[in-house]
Design a protein around this ligand. Sequence first.
Ligand code: TYM
Length: 373
Amino acid sequence: MSRDNETIITPWEVKGKLEYEKIIQQFGTSPLTEGLIKRFKKLAGGNLHVMLRRKLFFTHRDFDLVINHYEKGGEVVLYTGRGPSGPIHLGHYVPWIFTKYLQDVFKAKLYFQITDDEKFLYHREYRLKDVQKFTNDNILDIIAAGFDPHKTKIIIDIRDINVLYKIAVKVAKHVTFSTVKAVFGFQHSTNIGLIFFPAVQAAPCFLEEEITGENVLTLIPCAIDQDPYFRVARDIAAKLGYNKPSTLYSKFFPGLLAGGKMSSSEPESAIYMTDTSETIKRKIWNAFTGGQPTVEEQRLKGGNPDICPIFHYLYFLFEEDDHKIRQQEMDCRSGNLLCGEHKLYLIKKLVNFMEKHRKRREKARDLVDKFLL
Ligand code: TYM
């Protein structure tokens, strides 16, 4: 948990100003340096993902050890996840696009955990059948991200707990209430399910070692909000005879409203993977920008891409061409580019991206069994 005046980052709540340099210091993670990115680029055969080039993924724990291990011929396993509390939005999907890329680079097995238990325990109003409904829905988006069906296993906690429980109890034995209270901000009024749950999210960090007994390293790509879980897992790994999991963290994909991340708690801030093209157009059209209130002022003073979600969506994901994005940034700042024009440009790319996703999502219905444990 990080609480710095008004900035709050926990797995369940992200609030306030997001200053990523500060966040690195508060969390005690390592910045993703140019040197490390260069080493990884070599390993990836020169194909560096736009999210690394432009530092959407910006910080890590022991990613260098993963690179060392792989260079020496060692095996790397990936682990990421989803808490099924509603439909998937683009912010959730971002780490999965990146995870799919990592799966290709490392030719890696992937464990994908669905924490239906966590969401049932956290949301007072949810019944088990609600989270199960979200699970069935979210699985389609997960599969549509394009993971290798031969190398990917989706673990649904409540359904598959037998696979995790042995590891989870071992973890739980070494983690005290005062630790999780400090890390997650638990209170005496917190239900005991949530207090145990960090052991369940830690379990897949060690699953491959537990099953194979081999010296594999597990790498976890996700946004920085999940770090508290993995800090706890790393702290106890050696005591249980496992390798520490490594992590690679992204910034938050911004929402469509002023400031803040894309978040389900503010539906108008989010583009859902099931939104129709019309809804996407409307949401982008109504989005906050870094532009001036009138065309005349925009031409005169220029806009501010640093605070503009339209620019950020293109920068981090939809405009891979370095020359084009630089040109757009200059044209925005100089007032050559109007927000309306930029929005139309993004809408075209986004609608195209979502149409492809929707088709893969439909096909995913037939693939579910291949991905389940
Ligand atoms: P959940 O469902 O809250 O989030 C799913 C994934 O999306 C990331 N995320 C974002 N990334 C970029 N921009 C955003 N605006 C944004 N919002 C959410 C999260 O970091 C996460 O990677 N407890 C977890 C489920 C889980 C998990 C894991 C996640 C279990 N094991 C291992 C990552 C890695 C959860 O509720 O995620």
